[in-house]
Design a protein around this ligand. Structure first.
Ligand code: GRF
Length: 186
């Protein structure tokens, strides 16, 4: 059984979709660790609900990104992590994690990359006035949302309600993340 680590900074609805997929057997893997860089983030409660161990840290307690990434990578080594799934982790992955887990880290982004990279993709695409939105899952490298694309799904939307749009995109994310993890772990 493959062992996943899921990194998140906020609500964790993608975390929950992955954890639920594993619990119900739709994904033949186990979420072995939830890594969170924000105390009090809702994802921590979701992880506790599933009985999944959490590694919660404050980056400010460390001198450099390399130092906190060393701590994360050491814990992932101890947990025998096979695949790292970023799910709303609001930091760029640094050299330490890329050196030790490069090629095993994937990210989900709520737009059709290479369009609308960055932290406000849904709002940026909405304000641009696109008619086809979407979701991308890609390999993580040193660039911002720039690694090799693994999977994408389009979300056509011509309405003017950004909340409705966000809900549609999140539903598409949850489905695509589960399908893509399954393909990767084979
Ligand atoms: C998702 O839209 C994801 O694509 C982006 O951050 C958001 C996280 O949402 N990277 P959630 O915490 O999984 O609900």
């Amino acid at each position: 059984m493959k062992r996943l680590a899921v990194f998140a900074s906020g609500s964790g609805s993608n975390f929950e979709a992955i954890a639920e997929g594993c619990k119900s057997g739709v994904i033949a893997a186990e979420v072995a660790l939830c890594v969170c860089d924000k105390a009090g983030a809702y994802v921590i409660q979701r992880a506790e609900k599933f009985g999944i161990p959490t590694l919660v840290f404050n980056p400010k307690d460390f001198g450099t990104k390399r130092e906190f990434e060393k701590m994360i990578a050491n814990r992932m080594d101890a947990e025998n992590i096979d695949l790292v799934c970023l799910a709303g982790y609001m930091r760029i992955i640094g050299d330490e994690l890329l050196e030790r887990y490069g090629g095993k880290i994937i990210n989900i982004h709520p737009a059709l990359l290479p369009a609308f990279p960055g932290a406000h993709a849904i709002k940026d695409a909405f304000e641009y006035g696109v008619k086809v939105y979407g979701v991308t899952i890609h390999e993580v490298d040193a660039t911002l949302d720039g690694g090799k694309i693994i999977s994408q799904v389009a979300v056509p939307y011509e309405g003017d309600d950004i909340d409705e749009l966000e809900a549609m995109i999140h539903r598409a994310e949850h489905k695509l993340y589960v399908e893509t993890i399954n393909k990767i772990i084979g």
